[in-house]
Ligand binder design. Structure first.
Ligand SMILES: *Cc1c(COP(=O)(O)O)cnc(C)c1O
Length: 431
């Protein structure tokens, strides 16, 4: 199977984390997001032990929580000793409400508002990852008025092409994120941060792209960043101690996707970091990494009920489900690939080809086109696999469809961690 969380039981039903998907659908209704806590924890430990093994523990794994954000998720990653990234006041609020240690929260984003920055500084977040000159000015003036020193990391565009979809590629000069190296912006920002009385410049950050399935772009980015750190030392006489290498490790969504073991990214990048540091006679910095989808995508799936099957002769077959772009907009956004199973027929061969259509009033509301699956019938439970990242977190109420519930399975035992929205929830802010 495409995810190690998923299997087939003696009834021929799909299982996730040992729980029967058909039973889950019956108990909690559909659409339903289901996560396997054991796999989430296992992946957290894999990343954490890589930091221990390859950097002697001098580093921290930050879960990029935009991939899947809710209180229970912050509790789980926090209990595994990870920090986290947040990119908005709402994510910060959720993390703090879950009791997350603010010291281990990094605040990202290309347009943090003054209110959000004030909230972050007052909460005592560990680092603010500054994106632009205006932000540096706002942070300096807020920190001054709050009489605090803001710990800042600067986001740098290292100019690496990571061969992924343009919408999830962030490392090149025309990206909206961060300071470019090529045109001197990164040095200007460094000078500005160093000149600010209430900013402590802790280090630099890069995040080249998402869903990268090669190690080379990460190694190249690490080299470029270390070179920049050495250049900063030579130019300004300041040796910063922290290097945040971002996330973006690719996962398998369909059988033909390549997937490199996460420890391999870590090992190869560590070898590069250490070699480059030695060459530049630069002390090996404290390393941060920011995996998002790699921690949650393979640990989650979505269950739907098939409402109708519409065969348009010589054209295609649509299988209509009771969810769609409201709970998973990723196919509509960037034609994301997914693997589809009929959960109550999981031991049958996947000989049927169909397009999975959502229930929203948009022709583009598709979950997958031309997907192989077991022969679908009305009332079947459909599972779309590896939807743990960027689905619940991107969910909307389009068509006033209620957001789905989230169930966490641990050792075969399910529990609700996010309730299904009610109709009352839908109108709660309407006056
Ligand atoms: C989105 C993001 C990540 C995580 O990316 P994944 O592909 O989910 O691993 C990490 N760091 C930053 C700054 C991001 O914007």
């Amino acid at each position: 199977m495409i995810s190690e969380s998923v299997g087939v039981n003696q009834n021929g039903n799909l299982t996730v984390g040992g729980a029967d998907c058909v039973e889950l659908a019956k108990t909690y209704g559909t659409p339903l997001y289901v996560f396997d806590e054991n796999l989430i924890r296992k992946t957290c430990r894999e990343f954490k032990s890589s930091i221990d093994n390859f950097y002697g523990g001098n580093g921290l794994v930050l879960y990029a929580s935009k991939a899947f954000s809710c209180k229970e998720m912050y509790r789980i990653v926090g209990s595994e000793g990870l920090g986290c990234d947040v990119v908005s006041g709402g994510e910060l609020y959720t993390a703090l409400a879950a009791g997350f240690d603010p010291e281990n929260i990094f605040f990202h984003g290309n347009n943090k508002t003054p209110d959000e920055l004030e909230y972050a500084l007052k909460s005592g977040v560990g680092r603010i990852v500054a994106d632009n000159m205006t932000e540096l000015e706002i942070v300096e003036s807020l920190a001054k008025s709050l009489s605090v020193k803001a710990n800042v990391i600067l986001r740098i565009k290292p100019g690496i092409d990571a061969h992924t979809h343009a919408y999830i590629s962030t490392g090149q000069i025309d990206s909206k994120f961060g300071f470019a190296l090529e045109n001197g912006e990164a040095f200007e920002a460094t000078k500005k941060a160093l000149d600010c009385d209430n900013i402590e410049l802790c280090g630099f950050h890069c995040h080249i792209a998402s869903q990268v399935s090669e190690t080379k772009p990460f190694q190249e980015a690490a080299e470029v960043m270390l070179q920049f750190m050495a250049d900063v030392r030579d130019k300004f006489g300041v040796t910063v101690k922290e290097l945040d290498l971002g996330g973006g490790f690719g996962v398998k969504y369909i059988e033909s996707d390549g997937q490199i073991p996460f420890s391999e990214y870590m090992e190869k990048t560590a070898v590069t970091v250490k070699a480059k540091a030695e060459e530049l006679e630069f002390p090996v910095p404290k390393i941060f990494i920011e995996p998002g989808r790699s921690i949650v995508a393979p640990a989650g799936l979505t269950l739907y009920t098939v409402g109708n099957v519409k065969t348009i002769k010589d054209v295609r077959t649509y299988v209509a489900i009771d969810g769609g772009m409201g709970d998973n907009p990723r196919y509509a956004l960037y034609q994301a690939d997914y693997t589809v199973e009929i959960a109550n027929k999981a031991s049958e061969p996947k000989t049927f080809i169909a397009t999975v259509a959502g229930k929203c009033c948009e022709s583009g509301d598709l979950i997958q086109e031309n997907a192989p699956m077991q022969t679908p019938e009305v009332g079947d439970i459909m599972a779309v696999l590896n939807t743990g990242a960027y689905c619940y977190s991107m969910a909307s109420n389009y068509n006033r469809i209620r957001r789905a519930a989230v169930v966490m399975v641990k050792d075969g035992q399910p529990r609700v961690i996010v309730k299904r929205e009610s109709y009352e929830d839908i109108i709660k802010n309407d006056i």
